[in-house]
Design a protein around this ligand. Structure first.
Ligand code: UT7
Length: 329
């Protein structure tokens, strides 16, 4: 029996119009464009400013463009997974809201939270449903309004994050192309270094929690940095070794965009030149579950059928992983 692989057959994205520059941030906190560029590598990020809009605002726009681009009608979609840490609401799932906004009525849809590894975890999940043979069209979308949980009084975190969304279509492919392998890992011990203190069931919202600014991202940057540098590179190198990939045969690294120095360290461990690494952190910052599809979307025209790609992430949880795929179109 021919093995069914899951392949990405289309990609679309949506970034908000508003551009928040480092110079504008320097009017809000004690920082400079030079510090942010040198230590993180971000010059600007996009922010959702439309009143009353959350992550589904960009998520639904990305999915709508994806359906149009892949000439898919809403009833054809079997399943939609939304990776996000900034859902529109605690419940229902943002995936359900996105489906409603784009007219998908009979799909199985849910959210997945794996921090900055969310898109990779969702891709792996969607992949398995396609491989089962029962699901023919699975949409995986990463959608974030990180600005809703960023403390714009905290200079150590506010330059990092941005808003945006990217979506891919997964479909069966019987050839050699598609998703080949993945290594996904997590270690909850890392939660002490990166979390949101209030708003969950441990500490529901209260006047005190709001005054203590506990609904924003809490991050111990250096600890997260050290873990990210070692874990993202470990799994990426392991993936290369498993499949006999070299810096010559691997065409692209698609890394999570958290810090330019983390990306460079990962590429160095893999022996890859910068030209083979997708990097757009300078323009979008860290959009959490949306970084990988935003890279694939921007590089889509340069990708060729059969290209070997490794996708790699590290994020809150801690969660991390690498996926090897051969581009299918
Ligand atoms: O995607 C989820 C996973 N997250 C990550 O991967 C983030 C990983 N961590 C990082 O990217 C980096 O740790 C940060 C970008 C968050 C911080 O960079 P760093 O080089 O680790 O800086 P630091 O925290 O060690 O701070 C160095 C100095 C401190 O001043 P003192 O104590 O040496 O006087 C900070 O107060 O830089 C100061 N600082 C700033 N200065 C100007 C921190 N933020 C800023 C700022 N502008 N925005």
């Amino acid at each position: 029996m021919t093995r069914i692989r899951a392949a990405i057959t289309g990609i679309a994205a949506q970034v908000p119009d508003y551009v928040l520059t480092n110079d504008e941030l320097a009017n809000m906190v004690d920082t400079t464009d030079e510090w942010i560029m040198t230590r993180i590598g971000i010059r600007e990020r996009r922010i959702i400013r439309e009143p009353g809009e959350g992550s589904s605002f960009v998520g639904a726009a990305a999915v709508s463009k994806l359906l149009e681009k892949t000439q898919t009608t809403p009833p054809e979609v079997d399943m939609l997974i939304c990776a996000t840490v900034t859902p529109d609401h605690q419940f229902p799932a943002t995936a359900n809201i996105i489906c409603d906004k784009v007219g998908i009525r009979n799909a199985f849809s849910f959210d997945l939270n794996a921090g900055c590894s969310g898109f990779l975890y969702a891709l792996e999940t969607g992949r398995r449903f396609v491989e089962s043979g029962q699901y023919k069209k699975v949409v995986v979308v990463g959608a974030e309004k990180m600005s809703s949980i960023v403390d714009y009084q905290d200079r150590a975190t506010c330059p990092i994050f941005g808003d945006g969304s990217g979506a891919v279509m997964l479909e069966p492919s019987e050839g050699e192309n598609g998703i080949i392998d993945s290594i996904l890992q997590s270690d909850g011990v890392g939660r002490i270094h990166l979390h949101q203190k209030a708003g969950g069931s441990v500490k529901p919202a209260s006047i005190e929690s709001v005054l203590a600014r506990e609904h924003f991202i809490y991050q111990e940057g250096q600890a997260v940095f050290k873990w990210a540098v070692s874990k993202m590179a470990d799994v990426s190198v392991e993936m290369m070794e498993r499949h006999g990939l070299t810096s010559d045969t691997l065409h692209w690294l698609v890394p999570h965009q958290a810090n330019m120095r983390i990306i460079e360290a990962t590429a160095k461990r893999m022996g890859l030149p910068k030209e083979k690494v997708m990097i757009n952190i300078e323009r979008y910052g860290n959009t959490t579950a949306a970084t990988l599809p935003l890279c694939l979307w921007e590089w889509e025209n340069q990708l060729k059928k059969g290209d070997h790609l490794i996708l790699a992430t590290f994020g809150a949880g801690f969660t991390w992983g690498a996926m090897y795929l051969r581009w299918a179109y």
